[in-house]
Design a protein around this ligand. Structure first.
Ligand SMILES: Nc1nc2c(ncn2[C@@H]2O[C@H](COP(=O)(O)OP(=O)(O)O)[C@@H](O)[C@H]2O)c(=O)[nH]1
Ligand SMILES: [Mg+2]
Length: 470
């Protein structure tokens, strides 16, 4: 386990690199940030003339200068540099940020020079950890920072921005406040029972606990699944007999020639995956080997993998060749995949005379309407995209708002569980002392969500997943 490091030292990391030739940012945080930077910075490129003299540089001010090697005064890079005096910085420590224009290699050289001046390489997430330990952000916001960096899609971005904007912390704070109120009221009743109209007060208190704590926690837990989908993406598998156009559809949806398309049945031997975004969600699209009886061991393995991809799919597209119509094999497969509630898709519309009528007959046979496309020409593919989008929305919930991660969901479950327990106790007329104990546990769970009193192990687990430089 990594220990939470002492914050006395000054840390440095190269944090952002836009492409190989883009701008790298070297960020220093800690009491010696200015001293370390001062040793490297020069006003002139040809000879060492201190950029910052011996006084303190202006805070929140952008300087132009050069980095020179402090040993031989050779020019390393032309830079822009800023200083953010504590506590008005990301970490609440003295922060210096050097924008290197010379790209990643130059950035790495500046990082090395900073290390030679006594800075220490930052651990993953250590800047954000310091921001948290110094009380600038709560744990929910810290986690949102990380999820933001990892966000693959605009919708994931929106959810994390909600947490970053303090929405998550505000919700948890308000649950905690409601719990504190309830505990205070019950304790007052225990201490001065004669002053309270117990029956009506307890029913009002229970109602408030139910709406302001229990239902809020439960609703957030329910959003966890959406969060999983946003973070990890979900899978759409395309399945069907050989040669119905699965690989053509894959390529069409991805907008690239990802899978090999030929007129030879059995071309796709393995599952092939590509990524796309629909309705702001990351989707792993999986093309599979055509389902049929085969004696070829390689193809058999491919078909076994196809079934596995079908079983683990979040959404299944079952593709039917519109020219062949529904074959006996299709019926068998359709029955076998029915538990997945697949979206049936008829392909090769361009080759179907009287396409509409034939499709209607097919939907009747399947007992489920679907989408008619021509993967080859792209006809109907937008309609299919729309059908997938509708399915995503009905299965994975509404847009926007804060979505908890696994740690947060477990914390919210604890809040809900203890609150439920307290409510049951109150309803059953048990000793109010036991309800207080339960509500205090729920309060502790809220505090833990915000990172209050979090122990080293918990913090270590959370910040280990950050990238270096954040
Ligand atoms: N005319 C027509 N041909 C198609 C269409 N979709 C696929 N094909 C052809 O059908 C054959 C098999 O396609 P492919 O995508 O490899 O099918 P898979 O075996 O299911 O992956 C290829 O020759 C494709 O060009 C379509 O919409 N219209
Ligand atoms: Mg194929």
């Amino acid at each position: 386990m990594r220990c939470i490091p002492a914050m006395k030292d000054t840390i440095v990391a190269i944090s952002t690199a836009v492409g190989r030739s883009g701008i790298a940012i070297i960020r220093l945080s800690g009491p010696r940030s200015v001293a370390v930077a001062r040793a490297l910075l020069s006003r002139q490129s040809g000879c060492a003339t201190p950029l910052w003299g011996c006084g303190e540089p202006h805070s929140h001010h952008l300087y132009h200068g050069f980095v020179l090697d402090p040993v031989d005064h050779r020019l390393v890079d032309e830079i822009m540099v800023s200083y953010m005096r504590a506590p008005r910085s990301y970490t609440r420590e003295d922060v210096v940020e050097i924008n290197s224009h010379g790209g990643v290699l130059m950035g790495a050289r500046i990082l090395e020079l900073a290390l030679s001046q006594g800075a220490r390489l930052a651990n993953p997430g250590e800047f954000t950890l310091r921001a948290f330990l110094n009380g600038r952000i709560d744990l929910l916001t810290a986690e949102a920072t990380m999820d933001l960096i990892n966000a693959k899609t605009t919708r994931a971005l929106g959810a994390q921005m909600a947490a970053l904007g303090g929405e998550a912390a505000a919700v948890v704070e308000s649950m905690r406040a409601a719990l504190v109120d309830a505990v205070a009221a019950i304790e007052a009743d225990i201490d001065f029972p004669e002053e309270i109209d117990t029956a009506s007060d307890y029913s009002r208190l229970s109602l408030k606990l139910r709406t302001d704590v229990l239902e809020v926690a439960e609703a957030l837990c329910a959003r966890f699944e959406t969060g999983r989908v946003l973070r990890e993406g979900l899978s759409i598998t395309i399945a069907g007999r050989p040669n119905v156009g699965k690989s053509s559809l894959m390529n069409r949806l991805l907008g690239s020639e990802r899978a090999i398309v030929t007129a030879t049945p059995g071309t796709t031997r393995d599952t092939i995956e590509g990524w796309l975004e629909i309705a702001g969600m990351p989707i792993g699209l999986i093309d599979t080997a055509g389902l049929r009886e085969s004696a070829d061991p390689v193809e058999c393995e491919g078909i076994r993998r196809a079934w596995r991809a079908i079983e683990s799919a979040d959404i299944l597209l079952y593709l039917i060749d519109g020219v062949d119509g529904l074959t006996e094999a299709d019926r068998k497969h359709w029955n076998r995949v029915a538990f997945k509630q697949p979206i049936p898709v008829i392909n090769k519309l361009d080759l179907m005379g009287g396409g509409g009528q034939r499709a209607d007959r097919l939907w009747q046979q399947l007992g489920s309407p679907g989408v008619v496309i021509a993967a080859k020409t792209g006809a109907g593919v937008d309609v299919l995209r729309g059908a997938i989008e509708a399915r995503l929305k009905s299965q994975y919930g509404q847009e926007g708002g804060y979505v908890p991660n696994l740690r947060q969901k477990q914390g919210l479950e604890a809040v809900a569980c203890y609150t439920r327990e307290a409510l049951a106790g109150i309803a059953a007329g048990r000793y109010p002392e036991t309800a207080v104990l339960d509500l205090r546990e729920a309060m502790t769970a809220c505090a833990a969500l915000l990172g209050k009193g979090a122990d080293e192990e918990v913090l270590d687990e959370i910040f280990r997943k950050f990238c270096i430089g954040k």
